[in-house]
Ligand binder design. Structure first.
Ligand code: NAP
Length: 509
């Protein structure tokens, strides 16, 4: 059985204490253990500030981009071995590729951003502006890398992509990272960092990995550090309210729960290209990674007249997505990742059964693994279906909610989720679709408009792309990651410098 180790201050170290056991999601067998008691986390942060920060800040964006390119190449080279490592967490081959290729692709994208930013070490924000009557005294906004550490706390569902997407942006900004993966799937994160370390692609002090509990990590943060968190909203609240974080006003970016919606426009005919796009997207978003995706569709809004057709079409598609052994190449849906997730999903299904009607249920193997039967629910009570608009069941589960087809009605229903990461709208009517998209947009970080002309050339609503922002208002955490250069903002705060324009030119170029 593997004992997972952390990579701190340039060395692989195991924590002490009872720790936690990790289980194979398909069999329930114990596969690894991890403990983080006794680790010198304050020392790790200090080391990153003293060694990693200066090393990264001395590099240009193009040089930092080269580091990301090398990190991406290592993941790509070991892709097959990494797919095998990820299997214990219940991922099918397709699910593992989604995570691992997403990690390599995002690093590679930010390597390209770095190349584009070239020989600079910081960013100018806008132009210098004269401040008074004299043209000599000007003000210029600049973005410089924080002098601290980026602490990344990730959810269990994307051990490769989640770690890599956050690291790509922080390292490109010139800020060293301490990354903590979600414990149930931490072995994949550990293996990737081992490979980076063995390949010698990480500048000294630039990247450290903490596995197991976060211990007293947050107690050691200071005013130049920042936190990027992905996970549940309860954990998010405890991090945002952490006494040391409040005391130093430490910047925190939160990606949390999201009741993502999918909306079928009243103009879409059953059997049309746009209809098929909607059915394909929704069924994939419900089942990929066994529904353990922050961008998975949870609420499906459809016009009353086609609600029965939607339920029938989705049930057919879902029935074709077999649940079973993730190692079997025909399996489309594996188990959920851990016993804790299994308990949470089962409790969510019980609560949904009380709030709505289960209109389709799939099958799943019996046995010791963390199996969940995919389920489709329906509620004709719209806004009055409280649980559906409030609680994210993090598994292969969604609810169909018929509505009257009005823009005002759909705006209120989408808003009832309290803010989401992504909402998809399917319509070929430029007026209805355009109005609906603009009404819905303020409640979501991203809106995906599906229509006839792009029905076969869209990645779907659930694929997070590094050139677009990822995050959402309200319940989704209020954060924003990625989005090309926009993603650097968390790590490169804005400062206004006012001075004689000649002097300013000398320091800013
Ligand atoms: P979680 O239980 O909130 O854990 C998230 C991370 O926080 C894990 O690394 C966890 O460590 C750590 N953590 C827990 N308590 C902590 C504390 N007091 N201080 C510091 N760190 C702490 O969430 P999860 O079960 O991993 O993920 C599922 C949830 O994440 C779902 O609700 C889903 O919606 C959300 N999610 C959101 C996004 C997004 O981008 N918005 C993406 C993926 C998932 P341990 O694993 O060691 O407990």
């Amino acid at each position: 059985m593997q004992t997972l180790r952390s990579f701190l201050k340039g060395e692989w170290v195991a924590g002490s204490g009872a720790g936690r056991a990790l289980h194979d999601a398909a069999t329930g067998a114990e596969v690894a253990s991890v403990a983080s008691d006794g680790l010198d986390l304050g020392g790790a942060l200090a080391w990153a500030r003293a060694v990693g920060g200066p090393k990264l800040r001395a590099m240009t964006f193009a040089e930092r981009g080269q580091v990301l390119k090398a990190m991406s190449a290592v993941i790509h080279e070991h892709r097959e071995a990494l797919i095998d490592v990820s299997r214990h967490g219940g991922t099918t081959r397709g699910d593992a590729k989604f995570d691992i290729d997403g990690a390599a692709g995002t690093l590679s994208y930010y390597a390209y951003v770095g190349k584009g930013l070239g020989e600079q070490r910081f960013l100018l924000d806008g132009e210098a502006e004269p401040l008074l009557r004299s043209k000599r005294f000007v003000g210029q906004h600049v973005r410089l890398p924080r002098r601290g550490v980026a602490v990344h706390i990730n959810a269990f569902n994307f051990p490769a992509w989640g770690m890599a997407e956050k690291a790509a942006v922080a390292l490109l900004a010139g800020v060293p990272v301490v990354s903590k993966p979600g414990t149930p799937t931490a072995p994949l994160a550990v293996r990737i960092v081992e490979l980076w370390h063995e390949a010698g692609v990480l500048p000294e002090g630039a990247f450290q990995l903490l596995v197991g509990g976060a211990g007293d990590l947050l107690d050691h943060l200071g005013a130049q550090d920042c936190v990027a968190f992905t996970g549940g909203s309860e954990t998010a609240r405890s991090i945002r309210g952490h006494a040391n974080i409040v005391r130093h006003n430490i910047a925190v970016n939160i990606e949390a729960d999201s009741l993502n919606a999918s909306v079928l426009g009243p103009d879409v005919e059953v059997g049309s290209d746009t209809w098929h796009m909607f059915v394909n997207d929704v069924s994939r978003e419900m089942t990929q990674k066994c529904g353990q995706k922050c961008t998975a569709v949870r609420r499906i809004f459809v016009p009353e007249a086609v609600a029965d057709d939607v339920v029938a079409a989705l049930s057919d598609r879902l029935a074709a997505a077999g649940v079973g052994d993730p190692a079997d190449k025909d399996t489309r849906v594996g188990p959920v990742a851990s016993a804790g997730q299994h308990r949470a999903v089962q409790a969510g299904l019980d609560a949904l059964s009380a709030a709505a009607t289960r209109v389709w249920e799939g099958s799943a193997p019996d046995g010791a693994g963390f199996w969940v039967k995919p389920s489709l629910f329906r509620s004709d009570k719209g806004l009055d279906t409280d649980f559906v608009h409030e609680h994210e069941v993090f598994g292969p589960v969604a609810t169909v909610l018929p509505w009257d087809g009005s823009v005002a009605g759909i705006a209120a229903l989408v808003a009832a989720g309290g803010g989401g990461l992504v909402c998809s709208v399917y319509s070929d009517d430029p007026e209805w679709g355009g109005e609906a998209v603009l009404e819905i947009a303020p409640w979501n970080g991203r809106v995906h408009w599906g229509s006839r002309k792009v029905h076969d050339q869209s990645p779907g609503s659930g694929t997070v792309l590094p050139n677009l922002i990822h995050g959402g208002p309200g319940k989704a955490g209020g954060g924003s990651e990625l989005g090309g250069v926009r993603g650097l903002e968390l790590y490169m705060p804005r400062t206004a410098i006012q001075a004689d324009q000649g002097l300013l030119k000398r320091i800013l170029g």
